[in-house]
Design a protein around this ligand. Structure first.
Ligand code: 13P
Length: 259
């Protein structure tokens, strides 16, 4: 865990799972188990159709609400899209941007992610900007150049004043949903590299405030070791966030490291 004053953030990305009744039930269990602790920031990111019901479940707790995507414009003729303002209206505070599944299946580019990140910050939403390399890119020695262009592309014109609102998620594509996890040392090396890029872009003080999450098969069995790394400031959890017990045990690991 970071030695600086970055509160660990454990975020659940529910992806395209759970109808609104199931989502409501899961949110209730998470609230009951870890909704009053203050040591660790916790966020759940349901589908758009469950945002309102989950919002009502988490409203009086310390569980924050996140969305999985948004459009960069405020309103207009963009059929099927949702704006930052609409998310704010439902008390959403985080938004995942540029997840590798959105890049891969929906053609999102670094420039799209950049527009969304700027719009999110403008609307006081905290963007969770996702970056990560494929196995082929890693094995052919392109890891750092891929991460560098994703970070620099996504954060163009982001002000250092927004550093404490900004979250980066490093999610190696080969570790997502595969059961393969980066070793804590490999993950830490990439996180430290991302921190170095943030220093270049935002200056040292601001870079120290940005939280960098790890995502990719994080589960109760490996969370503590990953979260103990200096530049790993939390987790973005997919599969394990769909089971209240697994998700809250990851939160418990984070609490243990924070106290
Ligand atoms: P898994 O935890 O299922 O590997 O998913 C990670 C992820 O993509 C979170 O955004």
């Amino acid at each position: 865990m970071s030695t600086l004053a970055r509160k660990l953030l454990i975020a659940g990305n529910w992806k395209m799972n759970l109808n609104s009744s199931e989502a409501s039930e899961l949110a209730e269990s998470v609230v009951n188990q870890v909704g009053t602790q203050m040591e660790v920031a916790v966020c759940v990111c349901p589908t758009y159709t469950s945002l309102e019901t989950v919002s009502q479940k988490v409203v009086d707790s310390n569980i924050a609400l996140g969305a999985q995507n948004m459009h960069h414009e405020n309103s207009g003729a963009y059929t099927g899209e949702i704006s930052a303002e609409m998310l704010r209206h439902l008390f959403v505070s985080f938004v995942i941007l540029g997840h590798s599944e959105r890049r891969r299946f929906f053609g999102e580019t670094d420039s799209d992610v950049n527009k969304k990140a700027l719009a999110a910050l403008e609307a006081s939403l905290k963007p969770i900007v996702c970056v990560g390399e494929s196995l082929e890119e890693r094995e052919s020695g392109q890891l750092e150049s891929v991460i560098e262009s994703q970070i620099k592309g996504a954060l163009l014109n982001v002000s250092p004043n927004h550093a404490d609102q900004l979250v980066i998620a490093y999610e190696p594509i080969w570790a997502i949903g595969t059961g393969k996890t980066a070793t804590p040392q490999d993950a830490e090396a990439v996180h430290a590299f991302i921190r170095k890029l943030l220093v270049e872009l935002l200056g040292a003080e601001a870079a120290g405030k940005v939280r960098i999450l790890y995502g990719g098969s994080m589960k109760p069995e490996n969370a503590e070791e990953l979260l103990a790394q200096e530049n790993i400031d939390g987790g973005l959890i997919g599969g394990a966030s769909l089971k209240a017990h697994a998700f809250t045990s990851i939160v418990e690991s984070a609490i243990k490291l924070s106290s």
